[in-house]
Write a protein that binds this ligand. Structure first.
Ligand code: FNR
Length: 177
């Protein structure tokens, strides 16, 4: 099973990208989480789209199409989704069929604040109308005070690792039916 991990942060020391790396370590057997960096994706512009997708956009769309599901690590900026992640969603929502059509998505997030990206995750769900299913169990992965739980790019807080592992395991079980 191939899961595409996407971080809404371009920051080298991103807490959210660190969460994706932890997910790679904690994923169940037989599951590969491939991280796709959004660094090269241009800002969405319909004029550019009309000329044909630039190479980084085509690569992004291919990666979404080729994945069994998405794992979105969602930072929070001003109570919402980062422009980086929203822009990626906008590109992947285009075309017939669009790469996002029918995908299953799971959302996780980390921030130094206490609420751990809960507002951004809600906003992200609002934008994901093209996916056929959002995995949203009773618990959410909201890693608050991330600066105390992620050291040198590694999620070291055992409680957070356990929450993430439980969440991932349940998500994969659901995908496998
Ligand atoms: C933030 N940050 C932030 N945090 C939060 O919990 N709620 C918020 O509304 C905001 N708003 C916000 C706006 C802007 C412009 C910046 C740059 C930052 C802090 C943010 O959570 C922090 O920078 C994280 O480290 C960003 O995620 P990465 O880069 O570590 O993945």
């Amino acid at each position: 099973m191939k899961i595409l991990g996407v971080s809404g942060s371009l920051r080298a020391a991103s807490f959210n990208t660190a969460l994706l790396r932890a997910a790679q370590e904690l994923a169940p057997e037989g599951v590969a989480i491939e991280i796709f960096g959004l660094h090269d994706l241009p800002l969405f512009n319909q004029d550019v789209e009309d000329q044909g997708d630039p190479a980084p956009v085509a690569a992004w769309k291919d990666a979404v199409r080729g994945a069994d599901a998405l794992l979105l690590a969602c930072p929070e900026y001003n109570g919402g989704v980062t422009g980086v992640l929203k822009n990626a969603i906008d590109w992947a929502s285009r075309g017939k069929p669009a790469p996002l059509d029918g995908k299953v998505a799971c959302i996780i997030g980390a921030s130094p604040g206490v609420t751990g990206t809960v507002r951004a995750q809600d906003a992200l769900r609002q934008s994901l109308r093209k996916v056929s299913a959002l995995y949203w169990p009773l618990g959410e992965v909201l890693v608050g005070q991330a600066h105390t739980k992620i050291e040198d790019g590694r999620l070291t807080d055992e409680k957070s690792r356990a929450v993430l592992q439980r969440h991932l395991t349940a998500f994969i079980e659901k995908l496998r039916g």
